[in-house]
Design a protein around this ligand. Structure first.
Ligand code: SAM
Ligand code: SF4
Length: 336
């Protein structure tokens, strides 16, 4: 095996530089959103999970290889025990290799953690919210408490965190509410991004029942709002516009209908230390074994190099009636 250079940038076969890492810190969640997991979801045995120290070590290895943005996700990242220890520890990289440490959360624990997150140098967070109707919120999330999430969002806002709302567009469920969600978000100074459902993991229903193409929503929104195209791109699948009437920013994530792979700068690690080079492909590399095999990071860096060299050119999603999900793992494994 070639000796890996622990400070060499990660560049794949297609000359894409990997600068963005998403880490799922747990597969567990206090919600069971209908599009994400089944009500009877079984979670991994705890001993399978990377320890917080291992997550820290792994993320640190990526930062030394040029990763500039780190997003913690899950499952619900803020339900992992001692999560603030990890966040505090990782915050040492901010301004020291890392431009941004952030997280994606369902908001249920934000009331408790917002101030601590801001104190760690976190500037922005994504909060998932699919409806403003408390009963519908409970139906979508199965266990979520809308008022608690609202208090969490307020606490985060008060703590000075910039908030981006993520809304999954669901046919017949929240499609009529989307203009209201945009006005609500922009009225509070939040960005909002609409997401198409992705065929990841077995759920209880049929995904074609939930699938709502964002092209259709965009056509409808154009009748109500003036959407001004923005050049702004995050290097990911999102495209952004400014809504003239509100002055706020609106994103569209359309992994099924648009190709964004040519500029993909990201990879994902699951809570068990499996590195996925592409959200839409099954190819993966185990980073837990090389990490546990040696106290030095040499094997870990070699495994990262090997994996990045295999990053595929693009993804391969399909959604068809009655078909099994094209990717069998759940979104809560890789965190989206
Ligand atoms: N629990 C946190 C949350 O909900 O924000 C973080 C993890 S969650 C898996 C990350 C994002 O993925 C959420 O915005 C969620 O709405 C989205 N998501 C989950 N399953 C999805 C699916 N099948 N298609 C599209 N988005 C999905
Ligand atoms: Fe939990 Fe997030 Fe999945 Fe909802 S989308 S079940 S909050 S991991």
């Amino acid at each position: 095996m070639n000796r890996a250079d622990p400070s060499a940038p990660l560049i794949d076969r297609f000359q894409r530089r990997i600068t963005y890492l998403r880490v799922s810190v747990t597969d567990r969640c206090d919600f069971r959103c209908v599009y994400c997991m089944s009500d009877a979801m079984t979670f991994l045995p705890r001993q399978e999970l990377l320890s917080l120290e291992e997550i820290d070590r792994l993320a640190t290895a990526f930062v030394s290889r040029g990763v500039r943005k780190l997003r913690l996700t899950g499952g619900e990242p803020l339900v992992r025990r001692n999560i603030m220890w990890l966040i505090r520890s990782l915050s040492r990289h901010i301004g020291n290799g890392l431009d941004e440490l952030t997280l994606t959360t369902n908001g249920s624990q934000l009331e408790r953690y917002a101030t601590a997150l801001a104190d760690c140098g976190i500037k922005r967070i994504n909060v998932s919210l699919d409806t403003l109707d408390a009963a519908k919120f409970r139906a979508i999330t199965r266990y979520g408490d809308f008022a608690q999430v609202m208090r969490g969002i307020e606490a985060a806002s008060r703590a000075g965190l910039k908030i981006k709302i993520n809304t999954v567009a669901l046919r017949d469920v929240n499609e009529d509410e989307i203009p209201e969600l945009i006005e609500w978000s922009h009225g509070r100074g939040f960005d909002i991004t609409l997401i198409e459902t992705m065929p990841l993991g077995d759920i209880d229903g049929d995904r074609t029942d939930q699938y709502l193409p964002l092209s259709l929503i965009r056509t409808r929104l154009n009748q109500r709002f003036t959407l001004d195209g923005l050049d702004y791109r995050s290097g990911g699948p999102a495209r952004y516009v400014t809504v003239a009437e509100t002055g706020g920013r609106l994103g569209f994530i359309t992994p099924l209908t648009h190709n964004f792979c040519e500029s993909c700068n990201r990879v994902r690690v699951t809570c068990t230390g499996i590195l996925y080079m592409c959200l839409g492909q099954d190819d993966a590399a185990d980073l837990r074994a090389p990490m546990r095999a040696s106290a030095s990071d040499e094997l870990l860096h070699a495994a990262i190099d090997e994996a990045i060299a295999r990053k595929p050119k693009g993804h391969d999603f399909v959604i068809g009636r009655g078909e099994k999900p094209s990717i069998s793992r759940h979104m809560s494994m890789t965190g989206g």
